[in-house]
Design a protein around this ligand. Structure first.
Ligand code: FES
Length: 122
């Protein structure tokens, strides 16, 4: 695992979520009650950007259909999403935020591939 410097602490104020990149991986960085969390930027319901969502008491809320995910575990705590989002370890030191990712995280990141539409052939 490699830690990437992702942002200055001041770029993620308490109660906000924003989009950043850890190397090649697009992530959402959120600060809730003083702690910074890093997650996938893609909702597991229909791939909306979580950096466009809002933080709520229980975690990060998707602005599209209202799913909420726990920021520590990534588990969905409010529907319609049923699958967890990826979460990544964070270190905040000397006013800078670092996020640890692996090569597997980069491969698995981004929007989930949707199944192609099935067209009937006649
Ligand atoms: S895409 Fe996030 S709740 Fe539907």
């Amino acid at each position: 695992m490699e830690y990437h410097r992702v942002a200055r602490s001041g770029q993620v104020p308490d109660g906000y979520v924003r989009r950043f990149y850890a190397g090649e991986l697009e992530i959402a960085l959120a600060r809730l009650r003083g702690t910074v969390y890093a997650t996938s930027n893609y909702c597991t319901h229909l791939d909306c950007l979580l950096s466009s969502g809002k933080l709520v008491d229980e975690g990060i809320g998707c602005s599209c259909h209202g799913s909420v995910f726990d920021l520590e575990t990534g588990d969905p705590v409010a529907p319609p999403a049923t699958e967890p989002i990826a979460t990544y370890p964070v270190r905040e030191e000397d006013g800078e935020i670092f996020v640890g990712i692996t090569g597997e995280d980069v491969k698995a990141g981004g929007p989930r591939r949707r199944k192609p539409l099935q067209h009937e052939t006649r």
